[in-house]
Ligand binder design. Sequence first.
Ligand SMILES: Cc1cc2nc3c(=O)[nH]c(=O)nc-3n(C[C@H](O)[C@H](O)[C@H](O)COP(=O)(O)OP(=O)(O)OC[C@H]3O[C@@H](n4cnc5c(N)ncnc54)[C@H](O)[C@@H]3O)c2cc1C
Length: 382
Amino acid sequence: MAPVPAPERCDVAIVGGGILGLATARELQRRHEGLEVVVFEREDAIAQHQTGNNSGVIHAGIYYAPGSLKARLCVEGARDLYALCEERDIPHERCGKVIVATREDELPALDELERRGRANGVPGLRRLSAGELREVEPHATGIAALHSPATGIVDFGAVARALADDATVVTGCAVESARDGVVAHSQGQTRARAAVFCAGAWADRLARASGAPADPRIVPFRGAYLKLAPERRELVRGLIYPVPDPRLPFLGVHLTRHIDGEVLVGPTALMKPRPDSLTWPGTYRMARRFWRTGLHELRYAASRRAVVRDARRFVPELRAGDVVSGPSGVRAQALARDGALVDDFAFSVTGRALHVRNAPSPAATSALAIARVIADRAETII
Ligand SMILES: Cc1cc2nc3c(=O)[nH]c(=O)nc-3n(C[C@H](O)[C@H](O)[C@H](O)COP(=O)(O)OP(=O)(O)OC[C@H]3O[C@@H](n4cnc5c(N)ncnc54)[C@H](O)[C@@H]3O)c2cc1C
């Protein structure tokens, strides 16, 4: 397909051809017939960053605090995403997930996850005994587990491409800022009534260039995965997770089947500092808070044996020789000046521009629902 050049004007400019930018374009166009919405993407193709390099899990909404935006948008987003996959023939599977407790001291956290999942309306959630766990995942071992049959898998890159079918997307066009109704970019400029930034790891820099405050800053975390050798994939039927450490925003080393049949083990969550992350006071405050975890993750990065050892707590047959190097992805995590990792979605507004400052996991699952929230806010500035 011939590349689309940047237009001289449009109604709404969306910056970022990841799943959020594309879902927002779709939502605005569905609401306002004839509205000219253009998506600007700096890469030569869409979904080259978080959207195309993630775990591919359609989360059901178990982890998040009841009543939070994250909880509501995940449950609604998963429902809408399954409907879209069915409507557009996007390969997906409700393969189910287990969260496995291997020690007595993990049971209170498992109870809390069950309480949250039920309060959030996660469909079909079930507590499993050790024996019942074996029926769902024959190679997993634990003293108790939670089973979420509605958790599934999809290639979010394929979802993004389906959304892009209905949108005007200008690729190879890096936006620099949006001020006074002018979007400045690498092809010149476009006049737009409003701009919506869904720029992932670049969100903070673009917001600042458009006049927004520096807080929060994005600190990238690199997640690297291992892959199970093809002849060992039968160790995992669906998705097997540990009980997460409630103090951390990550889910722990897990085993995930992908829609292409691969089974990934990981990820590690290793900070990948940018030069400007090192001058941000929050980086040092967070590093002090998590230094123990940081060292643990460094050990993971250094040793695949350590990742395998962790996963072997709940899949004991796993051996270091069963895994090979796999893909990696970079999470765009917002970090406040005081060192707190921003857990929920964060926005800021500059003139007629709306900036999505933080869209952490499960934002791919929730994208269609988050797009409604973004569109509600964008409508106030169009
Ligand atoms: C390792 C990993 C595993 C994850 N697992 C899951 C999971 O299993 N399930 C789930 O729901 N979520 C998961 N997530 C989270 C999820 O992938 C993200 O929350 C989601 O993809 C965010 O989408 P986005 O559109 O905001 O960001 P992105 O996909 O990063 O898109 C941002 C886009 O903006 C573009 N851009 C940036 N600057 C400019 C500019 N100046 N001009 C034009 N374009 C620009 C970028 O090129 C990019 O295409 C995971 C994330 C990672 C990294």
